[in-house]
Design a protein around this ligand. Sequence first.
Ligand code: GLV
Length: 387
Amino acid sequence: MAAITTIEDLKRMHKRRTPKMFYDYAESGSWTEQTFRENTSDFDKIKFRQRVAVDMTNRTTATTMIGQEVSMPVALAPVGLTGMQSADGEIKAARAAEKFGVPFCLSTMSICSIEDVAAKTEKPFWFQVYTLKDDDFMKRLFDRARAAGCSAVVITLDLQIMGQRHKDLKNGLSAPPKFTLASMADLATKWPWGIEMLQTKRRFFGNIVGHAKGVSNPASLASWTAEAFDHALDWERVAELMKMWGGPVILKGIMDADDARKAAELGADAIVVSNHGGRQLDGTVSSIRALPAIMEAVGDKVEVHLDSGIRSGQDVLKAIAMGAKGTYIGRAYVNGLGAMGQKGVTKALEIIHKELDTTMALCGRRDINNVDRDILMVPEDFEGRWA
Ligand code: GLV
């Protein structure tokens, strides 16, 4: 096997080994996928300022996110259906993250439940929730997260309704997959995935099936979101949910300075500048382009994190230099998981760490906590002049 040196290598293996419907689920954006593409291509427009003859001994990428120590400012983002990319995928990813010393955030739409992950890990993880109509279900979710020792809740604010991802509809995405002619033909070429999957009982949405009432088809993400999600969500409800949880809260999906101010006023411990990996509002700007205005509005009031578009350590460094205190990877670790299970997630983290550390050194910095905008050359019109 050729050496694995990039996230792109893991992505190719992921595609070869995992059923098409799940690879496609991870690898899509909504509608035309414009925002999905620009999330990555906008990072390329930012350049590093190369510095030389600067002592680069004793480097560190260790820092904190919401006051918790991390070996690098990169958390594993909440990603739905992770346990379909590889059997027990959430457990594998959480274990890789805890060994590496970075936060793992479990999605409500996970296959392994909160309790499954808690039973197989030692350190506290973060738990992501959507904003649902069913108060009882929300309360029980928070109780379960508390009982599992979760150290923060991430509330997703940008998915009351789902942006359409064409591939999911065409593939008939469901967990577990339905047996159609096309899915059987695909599975026949991915049999090691199938054998592993037969050895686990975790093949359904573990946080939902048996916990949520009135869901007509719990195997379908689309039907659950359409039936259960709170379309009436407003800031008052966000405040209620924050109170219901009562612990550290990260508000995710902020792309606008006014929304960032509102989130800071509510007392969030951090916000995540995120367009949901380009999976929701197609046509909005990339998250890295949205970051400067949000830093200007609330950078001194609340910790700002960023996701959407990060595929390398260079991207992490650019986001940190632009002011983010932390970043999240979603697809990059899922590529590792689909390629090689837990080892693949560790590989993805190692790749990103090495890129981050070496790039920081070549920019003349030794400590991630001292990285600032001076290491970058940002195009003057990067944020754009929008009428
Ligand atoms: C869920 O949050 C998704 O983007 O599919």
